[in-house]
Design a protein around this ligand. Sequence first.
Ligand SMILES: Nc1ncnc2c1ncn2[C@@H]1O[C@H](COP(=O)(O)OP(=O)(O)OP(=O)(O)O)[C@@H](O)[C@H]1O
Length: 285
Amino acid sequence: MIAFEGVSKRFPDGSLAVDDFTLTIPSRSTTVLVGSSGSGKTTLLRMINRMVDPTGGRITIDGDDVAKLDPVKLRRRIGYVMQNSGLLPHRTVIDNVANVPILDGVKKSEAHAHALELLDTVGLDRSLAKRYPAQLSGGQQQRVGVARGLAVDPNILLMDEPFGAVDPLVRDELQQELLRIQRELSKTIVFVTHDIDEAFLLGDQVVILRTGGIVAQAGTPAEILANPADEFVASFVGAERGRRALHIDAEHGDRVLVDGTGRVAGVLTDGPGGMAGTAAGSAPE
Ligand SMILES: Nc1ncnc2c1ncn2[C@@H]1O[C@H](COP(=O)(O)OP(=O)(O)OP(=O)(O)O)[C@@H](O)[C@H]1O
């Protein structure tokens, strides 16, 4: 579990990127931070692995205050995937994936063997292993980025708009691959995007942010769609537009909440909360 407790970040130039942010990120599920440009998403993500240090509050991972952990060791045990893959241009695909484990002391032959397995995991043909990043498509580069993020078998994977720069079809493919990988590996994924559709598709928990890292609403996609906290959220998720107009559909004996595109947004139950959320787009259990 990752916990943000009253976390703030004021940069040296005086800008307050994050103001008193509190959130619990459960283990082995995907939390998506979504908000418009400048809402503090990247700053929040980078505070988890100490690429940025908070100026107030604290962040814990399974109870350990990250401020007390060695930043280099911390970064090596947390996977990080960014928008433009961040691959080393003069290293081959396999070297890029195996790089951090080798720095960690894993034997080169073992690291390479594991890197080939990771290419399988992210759906890349092993024949690409000897290519350089520039010899790959944007979507393939992002897959290598994901493989590299997984290379040290981290419990936590941070993903900063990893599919933001690829065309919509490739993006759909990468999103589906990530859902599959997450079903197989059950990592604690913290994913940043400005795309609410992507947030609802991938997130078990979705956190909608206003400027300054202010939480407008946090919940499952189903909870947010069914009960937007305020006008800001309603307009951000497009709840008032036909596209997401919700209705209840009987399917397989369950009462299923479906959005305007026919996508499943949640399953209604008789429990106290009234609703068991599922990620939009996934079938109810
Ligand atoms: N190194 C820095 N120095 C000063 N201000 C910064 C720095 N990094 C970010 N900021 C400011 O902090 C605020 C939040 O930035 P951040 O990059 O976290 O937002 P974001 O939601 O990830 O935006 P985007 O979607 O555009 O990447 C912005 O106002 C930004 O200008």
